[in-house]
Design a protein around this ligand. Structure first.
Ligand SMILES: [Zn+2]
Length: 177
């Protein structure tokens, strides 16, 4: 689940696990979808103590709470990246973000689910607001990840939506089985 090239395939084909299809939404539906996913996460994280434990005890998998912390940070980081792409004349190169290191450094497992839920939905709302304001002639603006892949404002949003929706699927698998 590191931020390597592995997940960019989702821009080309449907995810067989969570069913996400990157080109299924028109541009003006991206903001509303981000907002909706933020709401779904908030609901999930409010389900009680179960969000802090793993159903099958597999310690290589994140708990729903840890996924939630990750998604909260994804919304924030991708909003910043999109903002840079929209603002700068020259395509920016994004700083590397190691998700596994972040999870340990920020003690994802020890965070308060109610606070995470609130911040996650708030970050989703901010990112959705930004997407709602992108003009037709701005969706193609570019940025680069430090390891090479090129994104546009549009493809970054579609890529990010898979990340947060796939992890919602992961977390529901944990909670619902
Ligand atoms: Zn998926």
């Amino acid at each position: 689940m590191g931020e390597d090239g592995d997940w960019t395939w989702v821009l080309e084909r449907q995810c067989e696990e969570c069913g996400y299809k990157a080109d299924a939404l028109s541009r003006n539906k991206l903001g509303p979808r981000v907002r909706a996913v933020g709401g779904a996460w908030r609901e999930l994280l409010g389900r009680g103590p179960g969000v802090q434990s793993l159903r099958d005890g597999d310690d290589r998998t994140w708990t729903p709470l840890e996924y939630g912390c990750h998604v909260r940070d994804v919304f924030k980081i991708f909003e910043e990246r999109s903002r840079q792409m929209l603002k700068k004349r020259k395509p920016p190169t994004f700083k590397d973000w190691n998700q596994e290191v972040e999870a340990v450094k920020s003690d994802y497992a020890g965070q308060d689910p109610a606070k995470v839920a609130y911040d996650l939905a708030s970050n989703a709302g901010k990112f959705a607001d930004l997407l709602d304001r992108v003009d037709d002639n701005e969706w193609h603006k570019e940025g680069f990840r430090s390891d090479g892949p090129r994104f546009t404002v549009e493809s970054l949003a579609r890529y990010m939506l898979h990340d947060v929706e796939h992890h919602l699927w992961d977390a529901r698998e944990q909670l619902d089985g």
